[in-house]
Design a binder for this molecule. Structure first.
Ligand SMILES: Nc1ncnc2c1ncn2[C@@H]1O[C@H](COP(=O)(O)OP(=O)(O)OP(=O)(O)O)[C@@H](O)[C@H]1O
Length: 250
């Protein structure tokens, strides 16, 4: 279990995180949802160990991780822009960090990740020859081979659209459940958060606005921000679709 206790962070006297408390169970998918500038990426980077916090504690499986440096935490991230190496092909990108690391996946596990993400036909391609969805899957595979104790995904679907988005969503859910991998996703899209996650953390103004299952958030929003920001957006989307296809559903 990952436990965050009273995490605080300021940038130049501006409070960005104002005492975040959170518990994430092993193997669950949690989305962090909030408007632009609400502190989602900052919190993700603090969990990863990329930036320091001003106050608070982080525990992983009851061990105090607060002062453990990033490279020893064993958490790993897929960045929003994927950060792939353009001079290496897809396969070399995937296995890049496996060199000299015996505690990463075995060859069989590597093959299984490649197969589950349906990357076999693309392994020899250069990065520039891959579509957005294929790049996303290569980036995901490259992170999974490091056997992360926690998988962090920063806006994993933002560069994708339509059917590809739905496919990647299902792949992420499938692979994280297959490996019982605790996964934290940053997103600003309520639909994405509510359809991908076991629990959703809604952040507003540096505070937890609500933390609950998608059903709890939809059925018992705890404040007007959730109703306005989250549920209203979803209702508009639903109404737009109904206006277009209403007669088909009637
Ligand atoms: N290195 C930094 N120096 C100064 N201010 C920063 C820094 N990083 C983030 N901030 C500020 O902290 C606030 C929270 O930023 P953060 O990137 O965590 O938000 P976010 O919720 O991820 O937003 P978005 O959805 O737009 O990515 C913003 O006001 C941002 O300008």
């Amino acid at each position: 279990m990952l436990k965050l206790v009273n995490i605080k962070k300021k940038f130049n006297d501006k409070t960005v995180l104002d005492g975040i408390n959170l518990e994430i169970e092993k193997g669950s998918i949690v989305s962090m949802l909030g408007p632009s500038g609400s502190g989602k990426t900052t919190l993700l980077n603090i969990i990863l160990g990329l930036i320091p916090m001003d106050d608070g504690k982080i525990f992983f499986d009851d061990e105090d991780f607060t002062n453990i440096p990033m490279k020893n935490r064993g958490f790993n991230i897929v960045f929003q822009d994927y950060a792939l190496f353009p001079n290496l092909n897809a396969y070399k990108n995937i296995i890049y960090s496996m060199k000299n690391n015996t505690d990463f996946v075995s060859k069989d596990e590597l093959d299984s990740i490649i197969e589950t993400l349906e990357l076999t036909p693309h392994l020899k391609k250069r990065i520039e020859q891959l579509s957005g969805g294929q790049k996303q899957r290569v980036a995901l595979a490259r992170t999974l081979v490091t056997k992360p104790r926690i998988l962090l995904l920063d806006e994993p679907l933002s560069a994708l659209d339509g059917v590809i988005k739905e496919t990647i969503k299902e792949r992420i859910k499938l692979i994280t459940k297959q490996y019982n991998l605790t996964t934290i996703i940053v997103t600003h899209d309520p639909e994405e958060a509510l359809t991908m996650s076991d629990k959703v953390l809604i952040i507003n103004d540096g505070l937890v606005s609500q933390y609950g299952t998608p059903k709890e958030i939809i059925e018992t929003p705890q404040n007007s921000f959730i109703e306005e920001f989250i549920l209203r957006q979803l209702k508009i989307k639903k109404d737009n679709i109904y206006d277009l296809f209403g007669e088909c559903y009637a």
